[in-house]
Ligand binder design. Structure first.
Ligand SMILES: *Cc1c(COP(=O)(O)O)cnc(C)c1O
Length: 372
């Protein structure tokens, strides 16, 4: 009798860090330093170091991080921000919350990342930023986006790419600023919501810190209308413990991804993901493409395999963004991908036995799907 194979396994992660986290939390409660304090400062320094940037500002979640990074580089109400049609909705929400408008572009058919060749046609006099998204733990070709951006700031959405590099440089360090998320299921996850903005630019970091802390650098001196988006001290304790393990955990993700790729090579009807040249990806998700995806997914789920879809509906076809007025057919690559993508269980604690079961179940599910 085989047990289910979950998409992610947070319990296994928790076991590795349990004692260290409990000791850190005991300290937080003993000193009642619940906002700011030593763990937050330590984490910001360590995460800046990991990401090869001069500044890291811890914030409340990844959506805030993207919003704050955008505001930090000057995005305002009435502006436009270019984003890929294929991303988690939070990228667009961050833009809308500023009062700016997301302008979508299609993705490339191989990696499903923002296609830099489509960006120039989307630029208008109101464009205030461009946001490549490092989806699935890949690194988007930011240097090609920068090449077409001119003076328009580029802001990375690095929520799925902690620890990934492109031509030796870290995701989150490649443009004017980046927002990242430490949602529990991310490669680096907190025990609740958390996020961060990374940047090389001291002025951008200072502006983000100001806005995130009620618009004040000094208590009760409010320079701008800000918000409350701080990294909780409790979350910083968890993140410090997990950050030390991130390189090893990412390495295990890479090993598991390589193993899937070799095991699936001879399975007809399954297209495996491939890293772009120059990338060391961190496989936040291992996304294959199959025909009759919904049927294949149902079969996998029935055999206890926690496969999923990231994401089933491109932004322009969500009800929330119907107002953009871009209907079916507007972004054909993203739309086609949404019908074919399937995320297989992949996390640092996935065993080879579990992987064997996933591959066996997928082989069966694809074989029994109707031929076309
Ligand atoms: C998770 C995620 C976010 C938002 O993060 P939250 O912490 O959930 O607010 C933004 N963009 C992408 C691509 C994400 O995957």
């Amino acid at each position: 009798m085989s047990t289910a194979v979950p998409l992610v396994d947070l319990a296994a992660q928790q076991q590795e860090i349990h004692e260290e986290v409990m000791a850190g939390l005991a300290d937080v409660f003993a000193t009642t330093a619940f906002i700011g304090g030593k763990p937050v400062g330590e984490f910001e320094l360590a995460y800046a170091d990991t990401t090869d940037v001069a500044h890291c500002v811890g914030v409340a979640n990844g959506t805030d991080a993207v919003e704050l990074a955008l505001r930090g580089v000057g995005v305002r109400a009435g502006g436009e921000v270019i984003v890929p049609a294929n991303t988690f909705i939070a990228t667009a929400e961050a833009i809308s919350r500023i009062g700016a408008t997301p302008v979508l572009v299609d993705v490339d058919p191989e990696h499903l990342l923002m296609d830099p060749d489509l960006v120039p046609a989307a630029i208008t006099s109101r464009t205030q930023a461009i946001v490549p998204v490092h989806l699935f733990g890949q690194v988007a070709p930011v240097e090609r986006v920068l090449a077409v951006a001119g003076d328009i700031p580029v802001v990375e959405d690095a929520a799925q790419s902690q620890g990934a590099t492109r031509f030796g440089r870290s995701a989150g360090s490649l443009a004017a600023a980046a927002g990242t998320s430490f949602y529990p299921g991310k490669n680096l996850g907190a025990a609740g919501d958390a996020g961060a903005v990374t940047t090389q630019d001291a002025a951008v970091a200072a502006r983000v810190r100001l806005i995130a802390n009620h618009g004040s650098a000094r208590k009760y001196d409010h320079e701008v209308i800000g918000m409350n988006s701080r990294l909780d001290t409790v979350q910083a304790v968890v993140l410090n413990a997990k950050l030390r393990r991130l390189p090893a955990w990412n390495e295990r993700r890479r090993e598991a991804a390589a193993r899937y790729t070799s095991m699936l090579a001879d399975v007809p009807g399954v297209r495996v993901p491939r890293s772009a040249e120059g990338n060391v990806d961190v496989w936040h998700l291992y996304v294959v493409r199959v025909q009759d995806r919904d049927l294949v997914l149902r079969r996998l789920n029935e055999s206890g395999i926690g496969a999923g879809i990231h994401y089933p509906v491109p932004l322009h076809l969500t009800r929330a963004y119907a107002g953009l007025g871009r209907g079916a057919g507007a972004f054909p690559v993203a739309e086609r991908a949404a019908a074919e993508i399937l995320s297989l269980p992949l996390h640092p604690h996935l065993t080879t036995d579990q992987q064997d079961r996933v591959v066996l179940a997928l082989r069966e599910a694809v074989r029994s799907a109707p031929a076309r």
